[in-house]
Design a binder for this molecule. Structure first.
Ligand code: GLC
Ligand code: CA
Length: 550
């Protein structure tokens, strides 16, 4: 059981650039995180996941690493990191880092050498092709738009799943693998408690690199080529040589891994402790997200994925991360955004089977920002797609609208600490604009108000930690209930003879449910109204009971 400590944990994701700036250069940093450890402790956080803080030219905000062993000066020093680990440990919190090993930066010394000398050892750490016709080696499209291939002056092309400043590492090369394992173990020795593992399903390629047919004659999307056969051997090796030796927590970004593959990734003895559940993340195409029909579709996806993952393994549960728009915008129509909807969503996902992750700012209900032009944005993905639209006679305005609504910059605007200058994020000029609503939505205001989303999140984490419920959530089975009630997402968790019932009314109107026995452990909208054998749930009311439906 001790080996699975992460099942009872609440994880908080920090995007360091946007969390807290301690020295006025407009960029969040490690000392800023250390300053806020007490805040996180009070919130009930057990594990902090820090998005990349390694040396990087910041083409993809640190997901392009030029030195795996050094903290980027922008974020501080390795000593700052040691202090952060120490201070977190003192407060009983663990730290996990982002492990980005599908690719590195084109400014990493390996790639610099490989570029200079096609015969050096490091040239074998990447994928190079020298096509005779001098054209792109195939028609695959990178995740950030454009080809996966970029040409070097000497006629060689190198492969990149993401931007051209993120050359893919050649995992077929045992020497490269050893270098990576050495680096992973170096950080584990330092005391990090594990890793969030970036884009890991891309590490195995189809080595024929053959072009694929596409219906529209455009490039073939690389995202269709994840989890390629043979990847298991690589992942099993990394686990045996690194993760297993330290009993650490690993959570993989492995979208699309489902069915029996899920078991291999996140089942007992899987390659990872858990993988993120991406199955209900996407709301694209829903024209009225708050309609009963849309909620019903969402509910089916959540319940189906829980049915499977709870039995096959363990998943990371999330509403937001640094690649997503804000959850209140994503799952609610604009006129429904507010405490009720935000807290209802929080209750819904917090007690599912899996480990809950909170993304910075989610706990105060931060929203998407307003984007007026591509220049205001920072995201390399948005910029790449915009460029592609211009080049391929697409509609750049559409791209702008798309990213305004769903783009990653929405999650990356600075954390809103107070209603003062720059929301208390920095004394200088923030690297990305602060959301204008910081005067209403900020930590300080919510700390002062007894009834706030922040206060409610504290209750959520407290319940997640309180025995015997902590064990019910970590060990218990899950069973959907009240399935027939439209837009009610409800389930029972059961362990050791105890049943906890969670019921959330995602309707914009009130709705009756049968009475639940036992005491009410949590409600986001005050006292429950009872009418005979029925409870009346208000719009977006969410309740948790120590007991079962009568
Ligand atoms: C993952 C990260 C994302 C990054 C990409 C490339 O998807 O979450 O932010 O751009 O990998 O490293
Ligand atoms: Ca700074």
């Amino acid at each position: 059981m001790a080996a699975e400590w992460w099942k009872k944990a609440v994880v908080y994701q920090i995007y360091p650039r946007s969390f807290k700036d301690s020295n006025g250069d407009g960029i969040g940093d490690l000392n800023g995180i250390t300053e806020k450890l007490d805040y996180l402790k009070k919130l009930g956080v057990d594990v902090i996941w820090i998005s990349p803080m390694y040396c990087s030219p910041m083409d993809d905000n640190g997901y392009d690493i030029s030195d795996y062993y050094q903290v980027d000066p922008m974020f501080g020093t390795n000593d700052d990191m040691d202090r952060l680990l120490f201070e977190a440990g003192k407060r009983g919190m663990k730290v996990i880092l982002d492990l980005v090993v599908n690719h590195c930066s084109d400014e990493h010394e390996w790639f610099v050498k490989a570029k200079q000398d096609p015969d050096c050892e490091e040239a074998g750490y990447f994928y190079f092709k020298r096509p005779e016709d001098g054209k792109e080696p195939n028609n695959w499209r990178s995740n950030f738009g454009g080809s996966v291939w970029t040409e070097l002056p000497d006629g060689r092309w190198y492969f990149h799943t993401f931007s051209k400043k993120q050359p893919d590492l050649n995992w077929e090369n045992p020497k490269l693998r050893e270098k990576i394992y050495e680096m992973i173990n170096w950080w584990l020795e330092k005391g990090v408690a594990g890793f969030r593992v970036d884009a890991i399903t891309f590490i195995k390629k189809d080595l024929t690199f053959a072009s694929r047919e596409t219906e529209d004659g455009l490039r073939y999307p690389i995202e269709n080529l994840t989890d390629y056969p043979g990847i298991g051997d690589l992942l099993a090796e990394m686990k045996a040589k690194c993760f297993d030796r330290y009993g650490c927590m690993t959570v993989a970004e492995a979208p699309g891994v489902s069915g029996d593959t899920f078991r291999r990734y996140a089942g007992e003895n899987g390659y990872f402790s858990m993988i993120f559940d991406f199955t209900w993340e996407n709301m694209e195409g829903e024209t009225d997200k708050s309609s009963v029909e849309a909620v019903e579709r969402w509910k089916q996806r959540i319940l189906e994925s829980q049915r499977f993952t709870s039995e096959a393994g363990w998943s990371g549960l999330f509403l937001e991360n640094h690649d997503q728009s804000r959850c209140v915008n994503k799952y609610l129509e604009k006129d429904q955004i507010g405490f009720a909807g935000a807290s209802a969503m929080a209750v819904m996902y917090f007690y599912l089977c899996g480990t809950p992750f909170i993304y910075q700012g989610q706990e105060i209900g931060m929203t998407n920002a307003e984007w007026n032009s591509i220049e205001e944005m920072d995201d390399v993905r948005a910029k790449g797609m915009y460029r592609e639209a211009l080049e391929q006679n697409g509609d750049p305005q559409k791209v702008l609208e798309y990213f305004g609504e769903l783009g990653r910059d929405n999650a990356r605007t600075p954390m809103q600490w107070c209603d003062g200058k720059n929301a208390g994020f920095t004394e200088g000029v923030p690297w990305l604009k602060v959301n204008e609503n910081y005067r209403e939505i900020n930590v300080k205001a919510q700390e002062e108000r007894g009834e706030s989303l922040l206060a409610f999140y504290k209750k959520l984490t407290a319940l997640r930690h309180q025995e015997p419920y902590a064990s019910v959530f970590a060990e218990g089975t899950i069973r959907p209930v009240l399935k027939e009630l439209p837009a009610v997402i409800a389930y029972e968790r059961e362990w050791d003879g105890r049943i906890v019932t969670v019921a959330v009314n995602f309707k914009k109107t009130e709705q009756e449910i049968p009475v639940v026995g036992g005491k009410c452990l949590l409600s986001n909208e005050g006292e429950l109204q009872q009418m005979g054998e029925r409870y009346l749930l208000k719009a977006y009311q969410a309740v948790v009971f120590d007991g079962m439906i009568k």
